[in-house]
Design a protein around this ligand. Structure first.
Ligand SMILES: *Cc1c(COP(=O)(O)O)cnc(C)c1O
Length: 378
């Protein structure tokens, strides 16, 4: 039997989405598929609250991060990277591979960088062409204030590029109102689709940079992709057609639930899981936590990787361990997308039992009680 997924990506995929993915493949040049991908791209635009075009690509989120660097920048350009974890570091690494002159603003894991710090950086580096940031840092669970960051960069020459892979569908993103220039994201997290699709949305300021970019790209060429879509309603290459059908159903489910309700559900689930793990002796790492996952430091003497293993092997619940410097020291529980409130007792109850199994004493039901207090609302 497969373990239940409570990982911060990929995430549990609802049956209706799996049903759509499992249908016979349509040809990627057929009029039906043209209509479908246009519709899904429009829906993604609605989700980002933008009138900008949104382009879908066949890759995981990292592919879209790399594509953003390759399409926006030119040789020798300077870029500011806000680096507060593994995915912030990924922006740095990608920029370096492309020969970008990186201002690496690295802070301790768990920290959310203050907008004021970005204001200082932008003033110090007026020649920077772009600022790369992660909205929801999935390695630490820290949330960035994208609205404030975006608003303060108005009038600055750098574009703001936001990796929203674990925040889109969890936290509201008002791309146009906040003035975000570029959003990239994968769809295998809160968007409840099996891994393999990502998307990007760019405003006019960003497209102007794209038109002068001289970094190498072929498969991920935004201009070519956009032109092909305008002219023929097609993608240049064979898109993961089946996943587009799955994503369509996932977005429809969210639309039916109501975007406001989707965000409110994640806020409740975030608060409940944070309370539950704290009641079990863990410490939530970030001061400003995201709502799609919980990253918590283990109580003294508890090995996070062992917790993950025992929970999976003996209780059929798959969470994630800490990454890199947090390996063994933390656990990461995903509660986004297809995870509902009613799924939470399974992961918290399992966690209590796994702790008991490895010899760490907790009061049976302590985590569940804390969880229920939040969900019941008192
Ligand atoms: C999951 C994730 C990505 C993409 O990782 P892939 O392994 O390429 O799917 C990028 N950024 C963030 C913040 C993520 O959580």
């Amino acid at each position: 039997m497969k373990s239940k997924l409570y990982t911060p990506g990929p995430t549990k995929v609802p049956g209706a989405v799996l049903g759509a993915v499992g249908q016979q493949v349509l040809h990627h040049r057929s009029p039906e598929f043209s209509e479908k991908i246009r519709h899904v791209q429009d829906e993604l635009g609605r989700l980002l609250e933008t009138h900008n075009d949104t382009l879908i690509f066949t890759c995981s989120g990292t592919g879209m991060m790399e594509a953003a660097v390759a399409n926006l920048l030119s040789r020798g350009d300077k870029a500011i990277c806000l680096n507060n974890g593994k995915f912030g570091q990924r922006w740095v690494d990608i920029c370096k591979v492309y020969g970008v002159d990186v201002v690496d603003h690295a802070v301790d894991w768990g920290v959310s960088i203050e907008p004021a710090a970005l204001a200082d950086l932008a003033a110090k580096h007026p020649d920077a062409k772009a600022v790369f940031v992660v909205h929801s840092e999935t390695s630490t669970g820290a949330l960035h204030d994208i609205e404030a960051m975006s608003k303060l960069l108005k009038g600055h020459n750098a574009v703001l590029v936001v990796d929203a892979t674990s925040s889109v569908g969890v936290h509201e993103i008002r791309m146009d109102e906040w003035g975000i220039d570029v959003v990239v994201a994968g769809t295998q997290k809160a968007l409840m689709t099996p891994p393999g699709l990502s998307f990007v949305s760019l405003n006019g300021r960003a497209w102007a940079l794209v038109s002068s970019s001289d970094l190498p790209k072929y498969y991920f060429d935004f201009t070519m992709t956009w032109k092909r879509l305008q002219k023929k309603g097609q993608t240049p290459f064979t898109t993961a057609v089946s996943l587009v059908y799955g994503l369509d159903v996932a977005l429809e489910m969210m639309d039916t639930e109501g975007w406001e309700n989707v965000y409110a559900r994640h806020a409740r689930m975030g608060a409940a899981v944070r309370a539950a793990v704290e009641a079990l002796g863990f410490r939530v790492l970030p001061a400003k936590p995201v709502n799609g996952l919980t990253v918590a430091l283990c109580p003294p003497g508890v090995d996070g990787n062992q917790v993950v293993r025992v929970l999976d092997d003996e209780f059929g619940v798959r969470i994630a361990g800490g990454q890199d410097q947090l390996s063994g020291k933390a656990i990461r529980i995903g509660h986004m997308g297809g995870i509902r409130e009613r799924d939470l007792p399974t992961v918290i109850g399992g966690l209590e039992r796994a702790l008991a199994r490895i010899g760490h004493k907790v009061e049976p039901g302590a985590g569940l009680a804390a969880l229920q207090r939040v969900l019941v609302g008192r």
